[in-house]
Design a protein around this ligand. Structure first.
Ligand code: AHM
Ligand code: MG
Length: 333
């Protein structure tokens, strides 16, 4: 089998479809290289002294794991000097990170969750990195948070790396979704799945069931119907999976179909769900839609939401189109 590297894929996409200009290609390659470095740290585990928590909390009030901070540093350092970015933003940083003045600036802005699924780090379960790429607004001066306030539909690229039994990079630039596997000996990303498609129908769902007592009525109704199996209104037995790493849960859905949910609930109305719009929900929504699936917040398409703050949270329902349609329709009744 002829091996196609990430670089070759990006160059050929540009040549054939004019969708990946050189600066964007550099950006994607630098992010992919950072993910390789993160994968290396993840793989070392206790031997690399990367496990466990720090004293610090991030802006969301969550305890930071060592690997959260290490991964954040890796992405920041790798992406600062290339001249492809104007600014970055991360789950682990309260404010945006403009490119320092000593470096040239580019026209893109990069957002990331450097290490997603942090609760799984210390137990050797799949974790990942999620990223989203926006264009800097026309005529932007010194970047501010307001420049990042763009709907997900404005993303020019999005992707995630999953650090599991294999390390994979899943990428979209708006022309389908492709998956690259890290060849650990060669240190290169090799195209292993072209044009991934999520089956429209599914019998598998992913949700943290321990929150059931807090759910709003539409979510309760939907899950009750799934749980009722072949004797219930759906007439089908559904299966449940929950990794507690969004990357891993979404990756399974991308390959096998399924619906992933992190709804808002009744505990704290100032906190609509757990996941963050700009660097978790939007990039995943872009990938899922590009693979023929759907992504809503229960009421509207996630990528149509006009953000108002960097660390904004959003309820998430994404995956197989038909199931996302059912649970979304229950929110409208
Ligand atoms: P993180 O970015 O702090 O790791 O949190 C996001 C993660 C998602 O990957 C996952 O779907 C969810 O939180 C798991 O939540 P829970 O602890 O309710 O299982
Ligand atoms: Mg996360």
């Amino acid at each position: 089998m002829k091996r196609i590297s990430l670089t070759q894929y990006l160059v050929e996409e540009q040549r054939l479809h004019n969708t990946i200009p050189a600066e964007l290609r550099l950006l994607i390659e630098v992010v992919a290289r950072s993910c390789k470095t993160i994968a290396h740290s993840v793989g070392k585990g206790a031997l690399g002294d990367v496990l466990g928590a720090l004293e610090s909390e991030n802006v969301q009030g969550e305890v930071q794991k060592k690997l959260d901070v290490i991964s954040n540093e890796i992405l920041l350092e790798a992406n600062e000097w290339g001249g492809h970015l104007a600014a970055m933003a991360s789950e682990e940083m309260e404010s945006i990170h403009p490119i320092p003045n000593r470096y040239p600036k580019g026209e893109y802005m990069l957002l990331f969750d450097p290490l997603d699924g942090s609760s799984n780090i210390d137990v050797n379960v799949s974790i990942g990195t999620i990223f989203s790429v926006l264009k800097a607004p026309e005529g932007m001066g010194q970047p501010t948070e307001a420049d990042f306030m763009q709907a997900g539909s404005k993303q020019v690229a999005a992707g995630y790396a999953v650090y599991g039994p294999q390390t994979m990079l899943v990428l979209t630039t708006g022309r389908g979704v492709n998956c690259f596997t890290l060849d650990r000996e060669m240190g290169s990303w090799v195209l292993t799945q072209r044009d991934m498609q999520i089956p429209a129908k599914t019998k598998e769902f992913a949700i943290n069931m321990s929150n059931a007592r807090h759910w709003h009525a539409p979510v309760k109704r939907y899950i009750d119907e799934l749980l009722a199996g072949d004797s219930g209104p759906r007439g089908t037995n559904f299966n449940m999976r929950w990794v507690a790493s969004m990357v891993a849960d979404v990756h399974r859905i991308l390959n096998r179909g399924g619906i992933f949910m992190y709804p808002a609930d009744m505990r704290d109305t100032s906190m609509p769900g757990k996941l963050r719009l700009m660097y978790e929900a939007n990039p995943m929504a872009f990938i899922v839609e590009q693979a023929g699936g759907a992504a809503t917040d229960g009421k509207q398409r996630i990528m149509d939401i006009e953000p108002h703050k960097l660390h904004q949270r959003v309820p998430v329902f994404l995956g197989s189109r038909d199931e996302v349609a059912v649970v979304t329709s229950y929110h409208h009744e």
